[in-house]
Write a protein that binds this ligand. Structure first.
Ligand SMILES: Nc1nc2c(c(=O)[nH]1)N[C@H]1C(S)=C(S)[C@@H](COP(=O)(O)O)O[C@H]1N2
Ligand SMILES: [Mo]
Length: 402
């Protein structure tokens, strides 16, 4: 569809753009604006007050240990720092960076304790990557599903930022990795003292000791002053407030990789160490609360990502999966990063069923909900990545469809 024809369609409907009145002068043009030096650190327009993180709409508990990113309100691929999802098992510790240390010990030649200044002396790198909690979208059990959920509820444990830090591989070279090292224990300095075992191959590959997020120092909630960032791996292993790395020849079998974050299979056996967040996508608009205002042109847009690499294709269906069309992918299309997709669509005002299906560079395709449930059985909780469905009613209201 050409741009001109889109504009024409919008202008012909009653609630579209008004005819221009050339002499109108808005009141904010008649007086001096707020002095700029009153804003040492800026915040969004007061008219954007509704664009906030929040816990699950219908959570059965009185308090929550996580708040979700409002994906329905965001553009492009970057999550503003104040809207990055938070999942913290014991709140946010108040850490003085001048006192924070990272101890690297175990099977190393020279155990060392690094201050933040010591780490800053290593060569730095910046990478754009998504972060997704493996519990994101873990609502495939029918009893958990609430029909009024919007995309913030279903997919909001997902964010994307530019992470800056130093390569873990460089720090490991400094301490000297002894032969036979296979795993590294990473420990956080929060009251949960969260610990996970990281495979040495990942540590030597693209692991980052991150101290900055979207150009500024990490937010306290994201692990200030230092976090482990493992691109494409489930959120939990990205240890925040990182204080210790212990090198060893076997996994450390911590609580978060035995009791939690394992996948219980149909035969009753739990699969451990499922790190990679596999190919997934979601339409962020139209979505619940963000339905089409009127029949006519309606852009379908959303996000796709894969912990295995780049997104190569996103298909969109508006008729429940009978026909699929290729969405256009917005550059940059980066490895282990959110990719924005868009498809021009004309909503005829009738019922419609929207789905998106992503493919990554390894050839993996998002499974249908039915096939994933059949394969994984009723006990599965983490790592759900099936095709997601929104239902548009004739009035334009959008609801979760399962
Ligand atoms: N020290 C520590 N690290 C942690 C956690 C925690 O509670 N403590 N939560 C983990 C979980 S479950 C997730 S999903 C991610 C969330 O990172 P975020 O809060 O920056 O989004 O951090 C992980 N790292
Ligand atoms: Mo998580």
């Amino acid at each position: 569809m050409r741009r001109g024809s889109i504009a024409l369609a919008a202008a012909t409907v009653a609630t579209g753009p008004a005819r221009a009145a050339e002499t109108d002068v808005p009141p904010w043009m008649l007086e001096q604006g707020t002095p700029v030096d009153e804003l040492p650190y800026g915040s969004p327009s007061p008219f954007e007050k509704s664009v906030v993180r929040r816990p699950h709409e219908t959570l059965p508990f009185p308090t929550s240990a996580s708040v979700l990113t409002p994906l329905q309100d965001l553009e492009g691929i970057i999550t503003p720092n104040g809207l990055h999802y938070i999942r913290s098992h014991a709140g946010t510790p108040a850490i003085d960076p001048a006192q924070h240390r990272l101890l690297v010990h175990g099977m190393v030649d020279r155990p060392l304790s690094f201050g933040m200044d010591d780490l800053a002396r290593f060569p730095s790198i910046s990478r754009l990557h998504f972060l997704e909690c493996s519990g994101n979208t873990s609502f495939y059990k029918a009893s958990l599903i609430k029909p009024n959920w919007n995309v913030q509820d279903t997919h909001g444990l997902l964010s994307c930022a530019e992470w800056t830090g130093v390569r873990l591989a460089d720090v490991l070279a400094e301490v000297g990795v002894k032969p036979g090292v296979k795993w590294i224990l990473a420990e956080g300095a929060d009251a949960a003292a969260m610990t996970r075992s990281v495979p040495i191959e990942k540590a030597q590959d693209d692991a980052i000791l991150a101290y900055a997020q979207n150009g500024e120092r990490l937010r306290p909630e994201q692990g200030y002053p230092l976090r482990l960032f493992l691109p494409g791996y489930e959120g939990n292993i990205n240890i925040k407030w990182l204080r210790r790395l212990k090198l060893g020849d076997q996994p450390f079998e911590t609580r978060e990789e035995t009791s939690k974050y394992t996948d219980l299979l149909t035969d009753g056996i739990a699969r451990q160490f499922n790190f990679v967040m596999e190919v997934k996508s979601v339409i962020t608009r139209p979505s619940p609360g963000r339905g089409p205002a009127q029949p006519g042109f309606c852009e379908v847009t959303g996000l796709a990502w894969s912990g295995n690499g780049r997104i190569t294709r996103v298909e969109v269906s508006t008729d429940g999966g009978a026909k699929w069309g290729n969405a256009s992918l917005q550059e940059p299309i980066l490895s282990k990063c959110l990719t924005r997709f868009r498809l021009p669509w004309t909503w005829n005002g009738g019922p419609a069923t929207l789905k998106s299906r992503a493919t990554d560079e390894t050839g993996m395709v998002q499974p249908t909900r039915e096939s994933q449930l059949a394969e994984r059985g009723p006990n599965f909780y983490y790592h759900y990545n099936a095709i997601h469905t929104w239902q548009i009613a004739p009035g334009g209201e959008v609801k979760l469809a399962v």
